[in-house]
Design a protein around this ligand. Structure first.
Ligand code: BGC
Length: 610
């Protein structure tokens, strides 16, 4: 990127001009937000009517959402990179291989934020429990496999036990067969570590409707275990248990997967290992979030992920999915969950105001020109955009603006700045504030994200902190907050303390706010578009919804942990669809949504006899 130049004035003047110019590039006016949301809606409609559009609007063949009365002991298995890259949910009605007894179990195998984990062990070895670290730094860049056992209690509640296994970087980019073998190994390892107990199976595991057990062939000759797969990448589904990989995202590029049926890839791995497991359902993590939130809240219209990647799945009228043509699914009518794959919005590069920092990120990514929206807003990329801005300020001409013009090896490294560090910096600022924003707190138990003060957010939520270069004029409290940020900067950027001033700390904080605020506002556009599409709101506001509560399930590191992300997102939704609608939004964490949702989906699949 060309160094930024300011040709006139004093050091201070030139710095101010440069910072002002950057700030204006990241601002999104209310009008811009409306235009973006309007384009979202157009893209939704295009994707619903034709195949092969970036906004893929994938019919999932999931035709209902649970109401929370479902019961059963469920194991689910999934894999995710950071917060769920892809997941495999299995429900095991019987331990694989030779066992003839029928046990009602589901398993989950995921990749998520763990470090120092053991590789999956052979079923013949005694496994060792892994140490789970919960630091933010571990949540973005470590690849995991996770296996869980989920028990649906039938009263909107569930219990879950899980094990996570580390996955090497090499698996992300190697042969797909190696990756899927690893997934199969992880399921196998979990089953070895947590063998299913015959006594843990409830007598009637699926109290509503017909029992899934009835649909399984329990004869000695067919002991296969039904399994649901949560795969958090774009997949063109053709049935509940069929779908071709369209593309990799989030830094994956495993060979010989694109164009192949992902269920078959996993099934082949199970078969190679002689595991009697049969994939019966395929879901995206957003669908998992939707189903799981519906289960815990008694209904839900949208499941969305704001984590390493971003995406949303919502309940659509089948009659609107015109690309299904005269298919039986379309003739059947009713509702169907649609996986929007909104991370690909603006792949045409016609809508979002793009900065040089975004262009650099895109050019250097492994998927240039793809996942354009995701690159503006997801946890995988925000740190990199911030790093690009910081580097440009170190290199600014005629005078460096940051760190005496010095970078560190870490700052020079591609993806060297973790989004979690931005989160830490913003948290350090928030911690000193008199009244923390209550609309960004998670409410435990119900897993709801409170909207108590959503209508009156703290001023800093909608306007990011200015790049106050006059640090001397700050209050002692603010200076001590900046001191904390300075310490984080020195430590996390691996810089010499002599090169980091309080003013530098203020500018780094301002940079983080700019990037995160834009991300949260754009996330609000995606949510507002779904609200309008599902007739819960009108773009521009002035619409009073019938529903007292409009339930949305969310998951991902940004929405869960990034200070004020939820509040900024809500402020954007309010701008787009008005206070009445925003106040009724019940945005709740679909914690473990991938596990619970995929298990619920596998349940639906077995009910359909898949
Ligand atoms: C994938 C989606 C996924 C999202 C969140 C995106 O990169 O394309 O399928 O739902 O990440 O994990």
């Amino acid at each position: 990127m060309a160094p930024i130049s300011a040709l006139i004035g004093s050091t201070e003047d030139s710095a101010r001009q440069i910072l002002d110019a950057i700030e204006s590039q990241f601002q999104l006016s209310d009008d811009a937000l409306v235009r973006i949301t309007d384009q979202f809606l157009k893209d939704f409609r295009l994707g619903l009517s034709e195949y092969n559009h970036p906004m893929a609007m994938i019919p999932t063949f999931v035709t209902g959402v649970p109401n929370g009365s479902e019961t059963g002991l469920v194991f689910h298995s999934s894999y995710a990179w950071a917060h769920f890259s892809f997941q495999v949910s299995c429900h095991f009605l019987e331990k694989h291989k030779s066992s003839r007894r029928l046990h009602c179990f589901y398993h989950v195998l995921c990749f998520t934020g763990l470090k120092d984990l053991p590789r999956p062990r052979s079923r013949w070895n005694k496994p060792v429990r892994s140490r789970i670290l919960t630091t933010e730094c571990a949540t973005y860049f470590t690849l995991f496999s996770r296996v869980c056992e989920v028990q649906l209690k039938g009263n909107h509640q569930f219990t879950l036990r899980q094990q996570k296994y580390r996955v090497s970087e090499a698996l992300k980019t190697g042969e797909a067969t190696a990756l899927f073998d690893y997934l199969a190994d992880s399921v196998d390892a979990f089953l070895t570590e947590f063998p299913s107990s015959p006594n843990s199976a409830p007598p009637d595991p699926f109290a509503t409707g017909s029992s899934a057990l009835d649909l399984l062939d329990t004869s000695d000759s067919s002991p296969a275990v039904p399994l649901g797969l949560t795969f958090s990448f774009p997949v063109e589904q053709t049935a509940l248990n069929r779908g071709k990989v369209l593309t990799w995202t989030k830094g994956f590029s495993a060979k010989n997967a694109i164009g192949h049926d992902v269920v078959q890839l996993l099934q082949d791995a199970f078969d190679r290992k002689h595991l009697h497991v049969r994939c019966v359902a395929l879901v995206n993590d957003t669908v998992g979030a939707l189903l799981s939130r519906a289960y815990t809240a008694g209904g839900c219209i949208l499941g969305s992920i704001f984590g390493t990647g971003t995406n949303g799945a919502y309940v659509e009228k089948v009659e609107n999915i015109t690309k299904l043509g005269d298919s039986p699914a379309r003739k059947h009518g009713g509702d169907m969950v649609v996986n929007t794959e909104w991370g690909a919005f603006n792949n045409t590069r016609t809508t979002l105001p793009t900065t040089p920092y975004d262009n650099k990120l895109d050019r250097e990514s492994i998927n240039p020109r793809l996942q354009a929206f995701e690159k503006f807003i997801s946890g995988m990329y925000l740190g990199e955009i911030t790093r690009n801005i910081i580097l440009s300020l170190i290199d600014a001409a005629p005078y460096p603006i940051l760190f005496n013009g010095r970078a560190s090896a870490l700052l020079n490294k591609h993806y060297g700045l973790d989004t979690a560090v931005m989160s830490e910096i913003e948290q350090a600022w928030e911690n000193g504030r008199d009244q923390p924003s209550s609309n960004d707190k998670l409410v435990n138990g119900s897993h709801a994200i409170s909207n108590a003060s959503a209508a009156h957010p703290h001023p800093s939520l909608s306007t990011p902190t200015r790049h106050f270069t006059e640090v001397d004029k700050l209050s002692p409290e603010d200076r001590s907050r900046l001191e904390r940020i300075r310490n984080i900067v020195i430590q996390r950027f691996a810089l010499d303390a002599a090169d980091v001033t309080l003013r530098d700390a203020a500018i780094v904080h301002w940079t983080s706010c700019l990037v995160a605020n834009r991300a949260a506002k754009l996330s609000g556009c995606a949510i507002a578009a779904v609200l309008v599409q599902t007739e819960k709101a009108k773009l521009g506001g002035g619409f009073v919804p019938k529903d007292e509560k409009i339930t949305i399930g969310v998951d991902g590191s940004l929405i869960e942990h990034y200070p004020n992300f939820n509040a900024r997102l809500r402020a954007s939704v309010r701008t787009l669809v008005g206070e009445e609608v925003e106040a009724r939004l019940n945005i709740g964490l679909a914690k473990d949504g991938s596990g619970v949702g995929a298990a619920l989906c596998a349940l639906q699949a077995t009910k359909q006899g898949l």
